[in-house]
Design a protein around this ligand. Structure first.
Ligand SMILES: *Cc1c(COP(=O)(O)O)cnc(C)c1O
Length: 373
């Protein structure tokens, strides 16, 4: 039972997919609390066979990327299932700037000699093309966290690869609406559904989508054997969140663009990283590979860590919290996170929500002015 985005726009698919059309069935697939099912119809145990609730989420997200999705307990669970595909002694190409959990997973595996890791700068397209000829897993994340560098997925996914190599793209910051890695030729696209798909900071879930049947079965097997299954309520809430993804994203990225432009002119801000700004080093690539510039802005203050910490304490509407992609705006100083000391000390990562743009600006501007040393 495969359903794809056919004939309708992603905005409509998000709203209409993952529903039953049986007369009398609930319009929304409900959270189904079941570990096991009556034998005879093929579905026996949820860890092995999935549940209708998980499948609704898989249909919604898989269809957006015209692939088949596997839902997991978290973004990291989905990512670990991709790394789980590697044979001993494999080579992994990893971005220099990427989600710290992925870097942590890759480094831990390298220390146990499961694989070797080579770091490549996100914007070093030639370096990625070279990596494609030797690596068994080409791991891309774009736009990257937290520097928002955009990789030239079009070029990297088209590069000749080692036979059997997997090109995986963590496309969480872009969402399936702004970037379609599988269209460029990636093997698997990853979403932390904890972020934009859920959209309300109230769940953990992850999704891997592929057009490669063998890989889809292998990811399902990995989920079965590691038990990294999504929660019943989480999968239900992720579908519910996905219904409004297009609206939330459109609104928040419009606001993000306006805030990025205003931050760039702010006397107490020294650098703004937002792929939509012409000043952004990978703006030209972003224009080509992304359909929208997203809702995350990273900016450096004209000052140090204390100044930035103080700004985080002073915001009122924006919440001082980690994570991103939700209806509410959140902000944090990334270098404060263990293992992220290489980042500029005053770098603040702002995830723009759906509040009023002027209210957000007033909050940010007054927090910066109040905190100024
Ligand atoms: C949050 C995040 C992850 C991890 O997802 P979880 O759902 O927290 O496990 C992976 N990649 C990116 C880019 C993320 O933002």
């Amino acid at each position: 039972m495969e359903k794809h985005l056919s004939g309708v726009k992603p905005e409509s698919w998000l709203v209409s997919a993952g529903r039953s059309s049986e007369p009398g069935a609930p319009l929304n697939v409900p959270p189904i609390p079941a570990s096991n099912f009556i034998i005879g119809a093929g579905r026996e145990y949820s860890r092995d066979d999935g549940t209708p609730t998980w499948e609704a989420l898989e249909e919604v997200v898989g269809g957006l990327e015209s692939g088949r999705a596997v839902a997991f307990a978290s973004g990291m669970a989905a990512i670990a299932a991709v790394f789980d595909q590697l044979q001993g002694g494999a080579i992994v190409a990893l971005p220099d700037d990427c989600y710290q959990g992925v870097a942590g997973l890759a480094v831990a595996g390298a220390e146990k000699r499961r694989w070797a890791v080579q770091r490549v700068a996100v914007d070093d397209t030639a370096g990625w093309v070279r990596a494609c000829s030797i690596a068994d897993l080409i791991w891309l994340e774009s736009p990257s966290n937290p520097l928002l560098t955009v990789a030239d997925l079009e070029a990297v996914c088209a590069a000749p690869r080692k036979p059997g190599a997997i090109v995986a793209v963590d496309s969480t910051f872009a969402t399936p609406l702004n970037q379609q890695p599988l269209e460029f030729g990636a093997t698997v696209s990853l979403q932390s559904a904890t972020k934009f798909i859920g959209g309300h900071s109230d769940l953990l879930a992850g999704i891997a989508t592929t057009r490669d049947d063998a890989l889809w079965h292998a990811l399902r097997k990995s989920r079965e054997l590691t038990g990294a299954t999504p929660g019943m309520l989480e999968a239900f809430l992720a579908v519910r969140g996905a219904r409004t993804l297009a609206l939330r994203l459109q609104r928040a990225q419009q606001t993000a663009m306006a805030l990025a432009e205003r931050l760039e002119r702010h006397p107490l801000v020294s650098l703004v990283r937002y792929p939509g700004l012409p000043s952004h080093p990978t703006h030209a690539v972003a224009r080509r590979v992304l359909r929208g510039y997203g809702t995350i802005i990273s900016f450096d203050l004209a000052g140090g860590a204390d100044f930035a910490d103080s700004v985080c304490r002073n915001v009122r509407l924006i919440r001082h919290a980690t994570s991103l992609g939700a209806v509410e705006s959140t902000m944090e100083r990334r270098a404060a996170i263990p293992g992220q000391g290489h980042l500029p000390p005053s770098l603040l990562r702002l995830s723009v929500g759906i509040e009023d743009a002027d209210d957000l600006w007033d909050d940010l501007d007054s927090a910066i002015r109040t905190a100024a040393p």
